[in-house]
Structure formats: C-alpha cells, structure tokens
Design a protein around this ligand. Structure first.
Ligand code: MV4
Length: 677
C-alpha cells in the first residue's frame, strides 16, 4: 500500500479522499490555487503546495505542475477526485511516465469510453443493450434520414462528441428530419469541433439509472448495485438514491451483469459507473461510462457498507477487490441531496459570497459498544466551513447531504428532517427547494423520470408565503432579549442614559409601555405591537389579536418562546438589522427598521462597506477620491422595502465606488473601496 498520496482536487472530494487516507495511515499532499489558500482541503491534508492562480486552467488542470509536486513531495500515487483531470487520459499517461500511480482506470479504458459513438459500437459487440439507433461512421444526410425512418419517430439526434445533453435534437417526424440534422450538426461543430452525430429512438420519460462497478488488476470485476439519479435539472443531478425504487431483483442482476460486461469490454480497472437510461417499463439501455469516482458514490457506500475510496487505493496498489460479488448485499436505502449556493427563484443562478453562519444537522451514527449498529443516519460531505467563501471560480456546491434509512420512507423522512436543520446565512441556497422536492408527492411516490422537476414546477416554486407569527415572535423575542441584556450589562452604563431603550427594568415596571416593531421580508412589511409587562410581553401583528409572548429559555442563538399556548423554538441570527430566523424547517430573513438608528450609524459601527443584503443601489453620495468624515453617508441601498445607508466607518478617503445607481448588488458584495485616514 502507498505511504503517501497526492490529491489533485479541491473541495469536498479532496476532503473525502483525505479522510480515508488518514484512516489507512496514508499521508496526504494537497495542491491548491491562490483562491484556496485557506480552504478546508488544505487544512485536512498533511502537506499542501500552491500550484497557481484561481482559474482552474492555471492550477487544478495543470497536470505538469501537479506531477512535479508529487515527485517533489515523495507521493507515490495521485488521486484525481472527479472533474478536473479525473478523465484525462493524457494526464494518466503522464503520471505513468513520471513513475506515479494514477488512482483510476488505464488510459486506454478512458479513451475507449471517451467517444460516445465509438463506445456504443464497442458495447454492441459486448452485447450491452443499446437504444435502437445508428451509431456508425456514415454521415450522409440521406443515409441518416433513412436510418431515422427505420428507427421510427420520435428520434433523438446527438452529437457523437457531446455529452451532458449538449447538441441533442428531438425529431418528431420524417418531415422535420432534414432541418433538425442541419441544426444539430451546426451546434456539434461549434461546441465540439466535430459534426458527427448519432441517431436513436427517443425515450419519452426515461429514468437515469447507473451501476457502480469495480475491477481490480487481477481480473475481478463486480457491481455494487445501482443508483437512481433521475431527479436532475439541466443535466445537473439534484437527488440521487440507492437502490432504485421499484427495481426487481432479476433486473438488478441483468443491469449489473451488463455493466460488468461493459467494463470488461474496455479492460477496466478501479471505480467506474455505467450509465443507463431506462423506460418506465424497466427496459434499459447503455448511455455512457464515467471513468471516475462519482459525486454520488456515498449512497452506494451506505447501502453496501463499503468505503469506495479505500477500494480505489487497494486496487491501485495492486491488491484484489476487498469483496466478491456474492459477499455484497443491499442494506436499507440511502438518498443524497446536493446542497448548492444558488438561487432557485432566480433560475438557479450561482450565489457567490461567504458562509457567515453554517449550522448543519447533527451527523447521526448508531454505535453499540463502540461497534456501528447500523450505517450512519446522516452524513455530510463538505469542503467548506463557516467563514469560508463560495467563489466564482469553482462549482458552488456547499455540501452533499446523505441520509440512510431502513427503507426509502425512513430515508426520505430523515432527509426532510436534516434539510430542516440546515442553517446557512450569507448566501442563497437550494435548501428550501430541496425540502419541497423531497416532501413533494412525485418524489415520495417515486414517480421518477428526468422530467420530474419541470413537471412539478408549480408546487416546487410556490408563491411566497407571509412569515408566520411564530417566526415574527422569535425575531421580536430575540430583539427584546438582546436589548434587555445590553441594558443590564455593565458596559451599557456608558451608553446614553437618557435613551429610554436602555431602561428595560423601567419598562417592566411600566405595565402599559407599548412599542411598534417594524419588520419586513422581501415580500411584505410586518408591523408588530409589543406591550411590556412584568414577566412577559403582549404580542400582536396587525392581523391578529394580542397573545402573550414569553422567552422560556435561550442558549446562544437558540431561543425557546411561548406565544399564546404554543411553544416554539428556533435559531435567530442577527446580522446588523437583518434577523435570520430558522424555525420549523424554514429560513425567514426579517429586516428590522430600527427607528433609533441615525443614518448610517449602525452599519458604520461594524465598519461595513458591503451590501447588508441583496438589493439595489439607489444613491451614491460620495465620489472617488473624496475625503469623508466618520459616519458620513456614502451609498444608499434599497432592499427588503427599506433603505440602508452605508456610511464611512472612520475618517478617510473613498478610493473607489464599485456600483452605480440602479445596479443590483449581491449580498455581502463590497460597495466601495475605502482607506482610513
Ligand atoms: C436520451 C434521452 C432519451 N432518449 N437518449 C441526456 C444527456 C445524455 N447523457 C443522454 N441524455 C438523454 N439521452 C434517448 N435515446 C434522454 C436524455 C436525457 C437525460 C438522460 C439522463 C438524465 C437526464 C436527462 C435529461 C434530459 C434528457
């Protein structure tokens, strides 16, 4: 076995590989770009070497530099993770030339599977089922038209060099064929520099079912069952699960054996995934083979009780597969959700920024006397920590959330629960969307196909609902409690003694003291009326009759309140005037309009020159090069139906103004460059 490996990747997969290496006593070398100097993968490896600027082309894709680092640090093997260099046959060759083990398949197997049409011809010979179609060299338009007529419509034209859905055209009937072919070839040449196409019968509601295979250098090749990855949007997987719902045992064997035949046909070694599309009746067809460890490998690990990275390392070191086919069985059900920094309401636009708060569901494992009694119920694979940035340079995945249950129903319930416990402040995320998805009828009923998200658009993107009274009460209780703490803390005596807000004890004695709290979210403004009483408050929204509100307990940011007869608990994180309330599985962002805040003062105190929330610049009051005094208003933003003044944190000079009036600004974006005097 190796004693030291280099991990040629970043993010969660680099951390994932490092975890297994550490468990096996193998030292790890990380490589990182300038953007990743403080990244988690650098921290979890034993050594780390800078390989270049943020752009992947100049760092994580620089095979030459990475090989030089491996040689210099004495690593014996390179694990490429997924993406980047993982399916690059030239890189695998270069590793071999440098005397390094590439932890992956032989370059010849990568090349054989690299061309979609050549791979399909190989598979045909190996008796792997293919969608009825034409995958040959002949590209004459009339010939292809004849093939399409033979196959029967609808027909799908695909760029041979394509993949991931690019360069595909559905042809409904013979009359449409000529135009569709010309258009498909145009896209193929401009996207891939190759206008070769193939024609296939078009499956109307396919499922994406893939088989995990593993082969060693001694001639053993087995399958670790299937994953259903049908829930996708724009060819990006959203949810993955194992086993596939509704899979009969005989078909599982047939698909597993077809996948092993596919792997054997190309002399495969290591971890690989054979992708099939399946009709609703279960008939399945080879699509392509991914010659790497996949993002979704944890669901397979959970149901088979294996560590696939350990298997990769053993196979790469020349050892036999740890298990034979008959030793593998499926235990329970696992589901993975990809937690992304993106905004589902805005077309899933990536959200760039800092994870200012990251609260994760508890990773739950079952131990009996130190021995795992069942697979962990919740696993989180992530490459980021609180305080880390999601940058524009790489994939904006925050984490993979993986749950296990004795059956699909339990796994689904645990997924919904874990998503409800996920708390992120600082970025837009898809968490609420994922929660609607796993709680929706279609996924619960396993009514799976690649069109699930589009077909359920209306229920997955419901109209915004007003914040419930319980969330408003949590925000109010957190605000009132923090004021009361501030007023009773010794340091508070320095604040303005004439300020009535400092006198919470006085308010308590004054039974009739009433106050309005103005909150707003992106959709609605909420006026809350609070009356101070001896032991609690009276709370009402403009819509509801007053109810008693009391703070039952509070620990850090976690609050337990009682509103009327109902106890509620939640987490309230205050970020300036924004109250992030996490309760009942929802995240509410409530902006408080503080009547006592003088223009700019609250924001300037923190030295903030960044956007407090996503919004629009409505006024720029300073100019480049201008000298300003502390507290002077520089920029005014509008967000959540309120104006926010960004003021000078100190006396100083405005170096640059980064936005103009009317510009949309992302949460946390720097608005201006400022130099303190
Ligand atoms: C298909 C298909 C229907 N019929 N082939 C899309 C990406 C590429 N890997 C294969 N793809 C498809 N090929 C035939 N003959 C539908 C898709 C497809 C799809 C496949 C798997 C997962 C998600 C998908 C989303 C849209 C279309």
């Amino acid at each position: 076995m190796f004693t030291k490996i280099l991990i040629a990747n970043r993010g969660e997969i680099a951390c994932r590989v490092a975890a297994t290496a550490r468990r096996l006593g193998i030292k790890t070398v990380a490589v990182y770009s300038e953007a990743d100097a403080n990244a988690r993968h650098v921290a979890v490896c034993d050594e780390a070497v800078l390989i270049g600027p943020a752009a992947a082309k100049e760092s994580y894709l620089r095979g030459d530099k990475i090989i030089a680092v491996a040689k210099a640090t004495g690593a014996q093997a390179i694990h490429p993770g997924y993406g980047f260099l993982s399916e690059n046959a030239e890189f695998a060759d270069a590793c071999a030339e440098a005397g390094l083990v590439f932890i992956g398949p032989p370059a010849s197997a990568m090349r054989a599977m690299g061309s979609k049409s050549a791979a399909k011809q190989l598979m045909e010979k190996a008796n792997v089922p293919l969608v009825p179609g034409y995958h040959g060299e002949q590209q004459d338009a009339d010939f292809l038209h004849g093939q399409a007529d033979r196959i029967g419509y609808p027909v799908l034209l695909k760029a041979s060099a394509g993949g991931g859905g690019k360069g595909m055209r559905v042809v409904e009937n013979s009359a449409q064929f000529k135009d569709a072919l010309a258009s498909c070839k145009r896209e193929a040449i401009s996207s891939f520099g190759d206008d070769k196409v193939l024609a296939e019968k078009y499956l109307q509601r396919p499922r994406h079912i893939e088989i995990q295979v593993f082969a060693d250098t001694l001639g053993n090749c087995i399958y670790l069952f299937e994953r259903d990855c049908s829930v996708q949007r724009r060819h990006q997987k959203v949810l993955e699960e194992a086993p596939a719902p509704g899979m009969p045992a005989e078909r599982r064997v047939a698909m597993g054996e077809a996948a092993v035949a596919a792997a054997r046909a190309v002399g495969y070694v290591g971890a690989g995934t054979v992708e099939f599309i399946a009709n609703q009746d279960g008939t399945f067809y080879f699509m392509e083979m991914n010659t790497r460890l996949q993002v979704e490998h944890p669901v397979t690990e959970m149901i088979t009780g294996t560590d696939l990275v350990e298997w990769q390392l053993r196979v790469a070191a020349g050892e036999p597969l740890p298990k034979q086919q008959h030793e593998l069985a499926i235990n329970g059900h696992a589901i993975e959700a990809r937690v992304y920094a993106e905004n589902p309401e805005k077309g899933f636009l990536p959200s760039i920024g800092t994870l200012r708060h990251l609260g994760t569901p508890d990773a739950v494992s079952f131990e009996l006397g130190g021995v795992a009694a069942a697979p962990a119920a919740v696993r989180i694979d992530s490459g980021v920590r609180e305080g880390d940035a999601i940058s524009p340079f790489y994939d904006p995945m925050i984490a993979k959330l993986i749950v296990w249950g004795v059956d699909r129903k339990q796994a689904l319930a645990r997924m919904a629960q874990a998503l409800a416990q996920y708390q992120i402040v600082g970025l837009a995320t898809n968490i609420a969307f994922l929660k609607r998805l796993v709680e929706g009828q279609a996924f619960a009923n396993a009514d799976l196909d690649t069109g699930l998200i589009e077909r359920n658009h209306d229920s997955l993107f419901p109209a915004a609902q007003p914040a419930p009274a319980s969330a408003l009460a949590l925000a109010a209780a957190a605000l009132l409690a923090s004021e009361s703490r501030a007023a009773t803390a010794p340091a508070a005596s320095a604040t303005n003694a004439a300020d009535p807000w400092s006198h919470t004890t006085g308010w308590r004695l004054n039974q009739s003291y009433a106050r309005k709290l103005a909150f707003a979210d992106e959709h609605k403004a909420y006026d809350i009326f609070v009356t101070y009483r001896a032991e609690d408050w009276l709370f009402s929204t403009s819509a509801d009759a007053p109810q008693t509100l009391s703070l039952a307990a509070h620990d850090g940011n976690d609050y337990s309140i009682k509103l009327g007869d109902t106890a509620t608990h939640g987490t309230v994180l205050r970020d300036g005037d924004i109250f992030h309330v996490f309760a009942n599985g929802a995240h509410h962002q409530l902006a408080w309009n503080d009547p006592m805040a003088h223009a700019g003062e609250t924001e300037s105190e923190g030295g903030r020159l960044t956007a407090p929330m996503p919004g629009k610049v409505v006024a720029v009051l300073a100019s480049k090069g201008q000298e300003v005094k502390k507290g002077e208003a520089l920029v005014i933003m509008e967000a959540m139906k309120m104006e926010h003044t960004i003021a000078a944190p100190h006396d100083g000079v405005v170096d640059d103004i980064l936005y103009a009036v009317g510009d949309q600004v992302a949460d946390g974006a720097p608005l201006l460059a400022f130099k303190a005097a």
